[in-house]
Design a protein around this ligand. Structure first.
Ligand code: ADP
Ligand code: MG
Length: 639
């Protein structure tokens, strides 16, 4: 913000369509007055200028569509109708018809400007993300600070973030503590405490403490960069609903032109109308039958809804998904990382005789260093805290929902759940089995570790349920979601313990990623529209299968973020309620708009057929209804 009154050049740059509409309005009024005073030449000149200024954008768009895609669209119809009115006016020397055409162009320009406004609001709230990225970071090399371009940062670099600065890229705090404002990515300006070991995100604002970060992933895969890419992608692919309406528009436009030509040529022969009357009615027909209001029923509303969501930390990748969310009847939640924090802690371990718990942890850490799974992170962290050293496994292979295999110290090694380990080593130690069952009944996840073809031991990992999970689920139930389930790859003892106080209707455990997909399919046969909320790689297939896939933004894996249609940026389950409400509101606004638009088109068509309306009235009715549905869509910006 530089000054209170933006210079004209800025205003022009930001709102060219609004300015064009304003100028067009002034010229139409002026031209009309001039005609009324009898200065025909000047009036026609002014009105011509109004046509050019108000209609330039539409004409350009319409002609581009015609030339590039050999298709007619509504833009072109409007221009043709306006020019038709002008032509008829000149021919019959009834110059006020030129004012009618001008009003048509004017109102079309106004509704275009309103639509542009909704679109820009959406883009701006999403681009808010992009403005919060910095170009350089302060890298600490041998105790000295140098400015390095973000793109040149390497994993392992130490970066200093001074108080009040934007975090340049995602990293782990290695020194200092501070409170950060994460509003740029989560939509919430609640300060968040960060200290050693915590992850901080690019684009968030540092508070009063200086932080030193270690970069743990390439800068281009920071959360904010991933989201920016996703949004750019989403803006490129038109959502299906929009594609549908565009196809509809083009088909419809052809029908109208065809009907318009018939109406403009046959009546003098069939019904004895005068040519003037015939062309006049045909022009009115062109205007009132155009589906502008219908077209404006959907996108402004959905874009407004998307902008609203973005303001509250809910990212909808497209409008169609927003609408679908309004229909959700059943929701499936992943357990680890979704209903729970995914901030796992190693709480205990047990080795087979003649093996030490440290060795168990060491081998596990060597494999888990390769893993993106929260269990892996917990094990690596515990091994670090014990000051163990290890070389990362080679030939590591993660098997989603099971564990990892690889080579450690030249020997085959594996870590994973009991079923997975059993598929390699059929006989598990009974003492370990007994201990693992007890740990599981207490809600821990048990990880089995084997090395060199022998079982080494087990590690218990504890997870905590997200504090808001139970309340969020209660809210969803209260708003009428019929069925809520938990899906997990974890075993059923642990799963049931975790599910105990959350209020889910059913627990599905021991699921491989494909298993999650089949549960979703099964739910879809019963509840049609089913949402899946997840964070992991193992959730991605189910997120894709679900009618609406929802990913956790802060903690979600890349694949989950890419597959999902909607992202809860702040990882807050309680935002689901808002998201679904927004979906329902969007749906009802769109329905109201469509009903209203269709009704108006019918009324105007009938009135025209009965010969009861004039061109200005037709234009006013038609464009008025377009403006009304557009404004009605903008309602979704609020709340
Ligand atoms: P969830 O569905 O709850 O998110 P996953 O499907 O990711 O869980 O994992 C299911 C189970 O597979 C885990 O509970 C764990 O026992 C095992 N597992 C998966 N990945 C790993 C890993 N990297 N290390 C150890 N165990 C793993
Ligand atoms: Mg998970």
């Amino acid at each position: 913000m530089t000054s209170a009154t933006p210079p004209l050049s800025n205003l022009l740059k930001d709102h060219p369509d609004a300015i064009a509409a304003l100028v067009c309005a002034i010229l139409v009024l002026l031209g009309w007055q001039t005609l009324a005073m009898g200065w025909i030449g000047v009036g026609l000149f002014i009105l011509t200028a109004a046509y050019v200024i108000g209609g330039f954008d539409s004409a350009r768009d319409g002609i581009t569509t015609l030339l590039d895609e050999k298709e007619l669209d509504v833009d072109l119809l409007m221009i043709v109708a306006a020019l038709g009115a002008a032509g008829l006016g000149l021919w019959q020397q009834d110059y006020y018809l030129m004012v009618d055409g001008g009003v048509l162009i004017l109102i079309f320009a106004i509704s275009g400007a309103l639509e542009g406004y909704a679109m820009r609001r959406t883009e701006r709230s999403i681009q808010g993300l992009m403005s919060l990225t910095t170009d350089t970071a302060r890298v600490i090399v041998q105790g000295r600070e140098t400015q390095v371009a973000i793109a040149a940062l390497q994993i392992g670099d130490q970066v200093l973030v001074k108080p009040g600065e934007l975090v340049p890229t995602d990293g782990i705090v290695v020194e200092g503590s501070s409170t950060l404002n994460q509003a740029s990515i989560t939509g919430e300006s609640m300060p968040t405490e960060k200290s050693i070991g915590d992850e901080v995100f690019a684009g968030t604002l540092n508070g009063s403490g200086a932080l030193q970060l270690r970069i743990h992933q390439p800068p281009e895969s920071s959360l904010i960069q991933r989201v920016i890419r996703l949004v750019q992608q989403a803006q490129q692919d038109a959502p299906p609903s929009q594609q549908f309406i565009e196809r509809f528009e083009r088909g419809y436009a052809k029908v109208i032109v065809g009907a318009g030509i018939i109406l403009g040529t046959l009546p003098p022969f069939l019904m004895g109308w005068s040519w003037e009357e015939t062309i006049y009615r045909a022009l009115i027909f062109l205007v009132v039958a155009s589906p502008c209001a219908l077209m404006a029923s959907i996108m402004p509303a959905l874009l407004s809804g998307i902008a609203n969501g973005a303001r509250h930390g809910i990212l909808f990748k497209n409008g169609a998904q927003l609408e679908k969310l309004g229909n959700v009847q059943a929701i499936a939640f992943d357990k680890t990382g979704t209903l729970t924090t995914g901030n796992l802690q190693v709480v205990d371990s047990l080795a087979v005789p003649h093996q030490s718990p440290d060795q168990v942890l060491r081998i596990a850490a060597a494999l888990e260093s390769l893993s993106e799974h929260p269990i892996g992170a917990a094990i690596v962290q515990a091994a670090r805290q014990q000051h163990l050293t290890w070389t990362t496994a080679s030939q590591g292979q993660a098997q989603a929902g099971r564990g990892i295999v690889g080579t450690v110290d030249q020997q085959p090694a594996l870590v994973g759940n009991a079923t997975f380990v059993r598929s390699h080593l059929p006989h598990l130690d009974p003492t370990l089995i007994a201990q693992s069952q007890q740990w599981e009944a207490e809600g821990n996840t048990v990880v089995w570790v084997a090395h060199g073809g022998k079982l080494l031991g087990i590690i218990a990992v504890a997870d905590t349920v997200r504090p808001a999970a139970a309340a969020a689920i209660a809210q969803l139930k209260a708003m009428g979601i019929k069925h809520i389930v938990m899906l997990t790859g974890d075993n059923s003892r642990t799963a049931h313990h975790i599910a105990q106080n959350i209020g889910v209707d059913q627990v599905y455990a021991d699921l491989l990623p494909e298993g999650k997909v089949s549960v979703i399919k099964q739910l879809q046969t019963q509840y049609q529209t089913v949402a899946m909320v997840g964070d992991g790689i193992n959730d991605a297939p189910a997120l894709a299968q679900a009618s609406v896939g929802i990913a956790m933004g802060l903690s979600g894996s890349d694949v989950a973020l890419e597959t999902a249609d909607t992202i809860l940026m702040a990882d807050r389950l309680e935002h689901l309620e808002r998201a679904i409400r927004l979906g329902r509101r969007a749906q009802s606004v769109v329905k109201q708009n469509i009903a209203f638009a269709l009704f108006f088109i019918m009324v105007l068509l009938i009135a025209n057929f009965m010969g009861n309306i004039t061109l200005p009235l037709g234009v006013l009715g038609h464009e008025g209804s377009t403006v009304i549905v557009t404004l009605s869509g903008l309602r979704l910006l609020r709340g």
